[in-house]
Write a protein that binds this ligand. Structure first.
Ligand code: NAD
Length: 472
């Protein structure tokens, strides 16, 4: 599929720029399609249409917003299967995971933004002052490729509920999910210009971030690019929301139920081939139980065979592209050079595959906090085991990176688990494998970002205050 059109003012229009990205099927390396860049004129048109839509949508009633979100939900749902199939051939996400996570997370995002309309305190009286919560304006949404639909919807649902128009610049590595979403917007007959989409890489992203018609930038992606986006936005004093990388730890306290903890931690490290910002890529283990944990992990690797993402039986696919494949290999090699001990896997293409970006599941043990693999995001199926001697040291290890996005704690003593969780410097902690609640705020601390998404918190991120003095 070739992506050669952008979406502006409710119209599908041809992109004026050159082809700037090719999408390869990560399982077969076959060319899947290409993406044509938007020119500055195309970008200006998309922002202009968002500015026009903004003036009207800011006046919409809560009921108008509910109805739009309902129509959008129904339209995304109708396209579920096509989205899942597209994710398999564009980023190698197994169809079961697409159906179990990628699409349901997006649908929940829409549902929770809709529900938030009833929970937000839209106005408040303070003496003679009336404090109103009003839309911040036009939002630029810049998104990555790993959960491409969910990341788009997290931004768009919050913005629509808040009364904001959007210009979306999705990742060029996963154009299919973004375009399916735009087709869903058309099916749902969204007001013209409420959602617009442009294609481009860093240059177009920068032009969008710095565009005078944009009031706020909502970015999800790597920490390095997030820093650049914030610096660009600062030149124009635009508000930013940054959802960035992570190096999350799952901590097993000495009394943890290993059966549950090991299988869940492995799943949280491997889902989407480790290409999740919340991936629990570090497992912090009592030294006295390290051998047992390694044995249990090794025994469970049979449950994670690599396979073709389009096969419904496949649990684990290739990583999304060649860039990712090279990065994972280089980081595994470097970890071994730095003294990590290989328990399973290693660098290179997984055995049994002669093409495709298949990284073997890799378990590295005796990892120390100073090693690169303990500090930097791998974004691949690689789990770093870090043995500790005391619970104080476990906490020190958990908090020993610049990131702070997610994490997990395991202990049979619920109170001890909660006490430990409260000391982890991170945006969310999953206690004893509890289900994640997408209505709660999601976002990071330190290098994992600024601001929050999901549910009421994602909508509030798109609101500002207006104080009226002397109005009844
Ligand atoms: P990336 O930072 O390379 O790109 C993200 C987006 O930014 C893309 O659309 C890209 O085209 C655009 N971009 C690149 N340079 C830009 C610039 N100078 N100005 C404006 N836009 C620019 O990230 P990626 O490789 O697509 O995604 C993987 C990263 O995203 C990982 O670090 C992952 O942890 C992170 N991520 C974070 C979350 C979260 O919610 N915290 C969720 C998913 C992914």
């Amino acid at each position: 599929m070739h992506y050669e059109s952008y979406f502006s003012g409710g119209n599908v229009l041809p992109c004026d720029g050159a082809v700037f990205a090719h999408v390869q099927n990560p399982a077969t390396e076959a060319l899947q399609g290409c993406v044509r860049e938007c020119s500055i004129e195309n970008l200006n048109a998309a922002v202009r249409s968002a500015v026009q839509a903004q003036a009207l949508w800011a006046q919409s009633s809560l009921q108008d917003r509910r109805e739009v979100l309902d129509r959008l939900t129904a339209a995304v749902q109708t396209r579920s299967q096509a989205i899942v199939e597209g994710l398999a051939v564009e980023i190698g996400c197994p169809v079961w995971l697409g159906a179990a996570m990628q699409v349901p997370m997006a649908l929940k995002g829409l549902a929770f933004a809709r529900a938030a309309l009833d929970d937000i305190v839209w106005e408040e009286r303070i003496g003679n002052g009336l404090v109103e919560r009003v839309p911040v304006g036009v939002i630029a949404a810049i998104t990555p490729w790993n959960f491409p639909l969910h990341q788009i919807v997290a931004k768009v649902a919050g913005a629509i509920a808040a009364g904001c128009a959007i210009v979306l610049k999705p990742s060029e590595f996963a154009p299919g999910a973004a375009w399916q979403f735009i087709e869903a917007c058309q099916d749902a007959a969204l007001p013209d210009g409420l959602v617009n989409l442009i294609w481009g890489g860093a240059e177009v992203g920068r032009a969008l971030t710095t565009h005078p018609g944009v009031d706020q930038v909502s970015f999800t992606g790597s920490t390095a690019v997030g820093r650049a986006v914030m610096a660009d936005a600062a030149q124009h004093l635009k508000r930013v929301t940054l959802e960035l990388g992570g190096k999350s730890a799952s901590v097993l306290l000495p009394d943890a139920d290993l059966e549950a903890a090991v299988s869940t931690s492995l799943r949280m490290a491997l889902a989407n081939s480790g290409q999740a910002c919340v991936s629990q890529s570090r497992l912090i283990v009592p030294r006295t139980r390290l051998a047992e944990v390694e044995e249990r992990l090794s025994a469970q690797l049979d449950d994670w065979p690599l396979g073709d993402p389009v096969d419904p039986a496949t649990r684990l696919g290739p990583v999304a592209n060649q860039r990712q494949f090279s990065r994972v290999n280089a980081m595994v090699d470097h970890a071994l050079q730095q003294g990590a001990r290989r328990v399973a896997g290693g660098a290179g293409r997984a055995a049994g595959f002669d093409r495709g970006w298949y990284c073997p599941v890799t378990l590295l043990s005796d990892v120390l906090p100073a090693m690169q693999v303990a500090q930097e995001e791998v974004f691949g199926p690689v789990l770093a085991l870090m043995p500790y001697d005391t619970v104080e040291q476990a906490l020190e290890f958990a908090n020993s990176t610049r990131y702070g996005l997610s994490g997990a704690i395991w202990s049979k003593d619920a109170e001890q688990a909660a006490t430990f969780a409260r000391q982890m410097v991170t945006g969310q902690v999953i206690v004893n494998g509890a289900p994640q609640n997408l209505a709660t705020p999601f976002g990071g601390r330190r290098d994992s970002g600024l601001g929050r998404e999901n549910g009421r918190f994602g909508v509030e991120e798109c609101l500002t205050y207006r104080s009226l003095h002397g109005v009844d």
